[in-house]
Design a binder for this molecule. Structure first.
Ligand SMILES: Nc1nc2c(ncn2[C@@H]2O[C@H](COP(=O)(O)OP(=O)(O)OP(=O)(O)O)[C@@H](O)[C@H]2O)c(=O)[nH]1
Ligand SMILES: [Mg+2]
Length: 361
């Protein structure tokens, strides 16, 4: 998982840390000597003071406070072992890291967030040389946690807690993103959870699309509602919901034709489906491997028809991970599942920690 991102990121992070460490130089020998001398002088002085105190008030046998001594030495040491990194230097240091993030399809908004987080923890902050590596890693981990910090979306629970039957889900996305396959995977999962399902062949755009979903329905042994090639998908959806109501089916899963978000007519068709079918859930299907494209499509679909959640497909082939860490932060919608293969069971829950570990471990 994320092999490409992991390798490149780890290299760029090392360069970043090295550069930061170079900025925060080790104290030079003469400075070290100077510190030693200063410490000695101060200690001598303290001893003298102590003697004087003792002679004046012999009965008070108090030791000089240990913390005082330590904090004094530390203060001097810090002065020579820490040097702040200014904004200009940081910009220069971040450049390689920025390139790697861009190369791995991380969205601009996300790169900006990572940059700001690092800047906050590094720029003009006194840092010791040996702390830089830990600070960079901690900050990056925290940024990833924030980016993936959407509320967990438990689809099965949502359906089971829904009072009204059926629970209607419509799947949207551009051509070939994996809508039909993912819809079938979700139906398979819901069926295993004891929920009855009906599939809707809402892609009447291509004749082969009806056959494809029919194959899945047969394979999964789930009822399919279909219409004629070229028929109005909204009407087929309406019939399917009526069928589900009559037969007390728990879930209706409706396929749609793939479309480019720029195609106004096709988008209008989706709007009509929403008006007629009134889905409980609108899921955007995006290809993980297309990175920023998937993020932009999700944004556009959300703007045009409103989406409730996202499933990223082809996660099994994703070497970069940019879409996974960006899409939810940019759209503010949760990732519900990840598609990780072509079979019915190749769907997994989104696991934030697994994704973070895959990037940083
Ligand atoms: N490796 C992999 N392949 C997938 C995944 N999901 C879908 N596919 C494959 O991607 C191709 C397209 O999937 P479809 O489900 O037909 O996509 P679609 O969005 O319905 O396509 P259109 O109906 O043409 O818009 C098929 O060959 C699927 O087997 C996945 O998670 N991993
Ligand atoms: Mg399809």
């Amino acid at each position: 998982m994320f092999k490409f991102l992991k390798e490149k990121l780890s290299k760029a992070l090392n360069v970043f840390k090295e550069k930061a460490e170079e900025e925060i130089e080790e104290p030079k020998e003469e400075i070290k000597e100077e510190v030693k001398e200063k410490v000695q002088v101060k200690t001598e002085k303290k001893k003298e003071e102590k003697k004087e105190e003792k002679s004046v008030e012999r009965e008070i046998k108090e030791e000089p406070k240990k913390e005082e001594k330590i904090s004094f030495i530390q203060k001097i040491k810090e002065k020579v072992t820490t040097k702040v990194i200014d904004e200009e230097k940081f910009e220069e240091m971040f450049w390689d890291l920025e390139l790697v993030l861009m190369e791995n399809n991380v969205a601009v908004e996300v790169i900006e967030k990572i940059k700001e987080d690092l800047k906050m923890d590094i720029v003009n902050v006194p840092i010791k040389r040996n702390e830089i590596s830990e600070i960079v890693e901690k900050t990056l981990r925290k940024s990833l946690e924030d980016l993936l910090n959407f509320e967990e979306f438990n689809l099965v629970e949502k359906i089971k807690n829904n009072d009204e039957k059926p629970f209607v889900i419509v799947f949207f996305g551009i051509n070939g993103s994996g809508k039909t396959t993912t819809l079938s995977k979700v139906a398979n999962l819901l069926k295993k959870e004891g929920l009855s399902c009906v599939l809707v062949a809402g892609d009447t755009w291509r004749k082969a699309a009806i056959e494809q979903i029919e194959d899945w329905a047969n394979k999964l042994n789930i009822k399919l509602i279909k219409g004629q090639y070229g028929a109005d998908p909204a009407a087929i959806g309406f019939d399917a919901v009526a069928y589900a109501k009559k037969n007390k089916i728990d879930v209706v899963l409706m396929d749609t034709a793939g479309r480019q978000h720029a195609n106004v007519n096709l988008m209008d068709e989706l709007k009509k489906i929403n008006r007629v079918v009134k889905p409980n859930l609108k899921i955007f299907i995006g290809e993980s491997i297309t990175g920023n494209d998937a993020v932009n499509q999700a944004k556009e679909f959300d703007r045009a028809i409103g989406i409730d959640g996202i499933i990223l497909t082809k996660f099994d082939a994703d070497e970069k991970g940019g879409a996974v860490i960006s899409v939810s932060y940019v759209t503010l919608k949760p990732i519900i599942y990840l598609g990780c293969g072509q079979n019915a069971s190749d769907l997994k829950n989104f696991d934030k920690e697994e994704v973070i570990e895959a990037i940083l471990a």
